[in-house]
Write a protein that binds this ligand. Structure first.
Ligand code: GEK
Length: 240
């Protein structure tokens, strides 16, 4: 696996973070060393998919990147006649994802689409995953996206939403510091941490856990709860 050194050198002018070829090359290493809990959340997406997948339905992975969550869903599905559909708007990420899907021996059908998740013709789905993707969507578009997904889902279906979250008051600084400690422990330098932080400003826009729960409830989900949190990274499950 190629090591993420994207922000190791001093960048005079920092471009906003983008999911380009350079990121695609190092993405598995980057996300594991940057997102506390990622290596727990991925297999649990498989467990949740197994529980909620319904016969003759679709499972969507929105912002599938290189396919980690998508392949966990594929391996989790035990229901009959299901298809896993991955969508991402970054061509470099999706290209690599297709290679990993082709190399994977599981036979559950997978379809990949290069497109925008805020503008996709969703069909009846039993499981929908947004694993650290909603945070990159314009906050003004988030409610209508979640509503569209709710409308496309089957009764009893599950939506899995993982996000970087923020906090009220002093907890923000506490959790943020611990996140940076996690990155230091994983070998990132102070320069890498600060440059990545600047590149993500205005690109990754976190909200509080309560904002996410409220949005899911407003869309109509009968249950919406936080099933995982490690520092300022969290995952939610909502049931239609
Ligand atoms: C994993 N789920 O490994 N439409 C489609 N894709 C988008 C959009 C959009 N509007 N905006 C962002 N993306 C993966 C990790 S990464 C999370 C997901 C991260 C895509 C973007 O191209 C990227 O591949 C993905 O969402 C977010 O479990 O890097 O922190």
């Amino acid at each position: 696996m190629s090591r993420d050194r994207i922000y190791a050198q001093d960048h005079q002018a920092l471009d906003a973070f983008a999911f380009d070829e350079a990121v695609a090359r190092v993405f598995p290493d980057m996300i594991k060393r940057s997102v506390p809990g990622y290596t727990t959340i991925i297999p649990m997406i498989g467990v949740i998919s197994e529980h909620y997948a319904q016969d003759n339905s679709l499972l969507y992975d929105l912002g599938c990147s290189l396919g980690a969550s998508l392949l966990a869903m594929r391996h989790g599905v035990k229901a009959n006649n299901c298809k896993v559909v991955g969508i991402d708007n970054a061509a470099a990420m999706l290209e690599q994802c297709q290679t990993y899907v082709d190399e994977d021996a599981n036979t559950v059908p997978v379809e990949l689409h290069h497109g925008d998740i805020t503008n996709f013709p969703y069909e009846k789905a039993s499981v929908v995953t947004l694993n650290f993707t909603l945070q990159f969507i314009d906050p003004d578009k988030r409610q209508s996206l979640i509503q569209t997904l709710f409308d496309a889902m089957l009764p009893g279906g599950a939506l899995i939403l993982s996000e970087k979250i923020c906090f009220e008051g002093g907890e923000q600084s506490l959790q943020e510091q611990l996140h940076w400690d996690f990155k230091r422990a994983n070998g990132y330098s102070e320069l890498e941490i600060s440059q990545k932080r600047s590149a993500l400003e205005n690109v990754l826009l976190p909200e509080t856990a309560q904002d996410h729960i409220d949005r899911l409830k407003l869309a109509g989900f009968s249950q919406a709860s936080q099933w995982y949190q490690c520092f300022n990274f969290s995952s939610f499950i909502a049931i239609k």
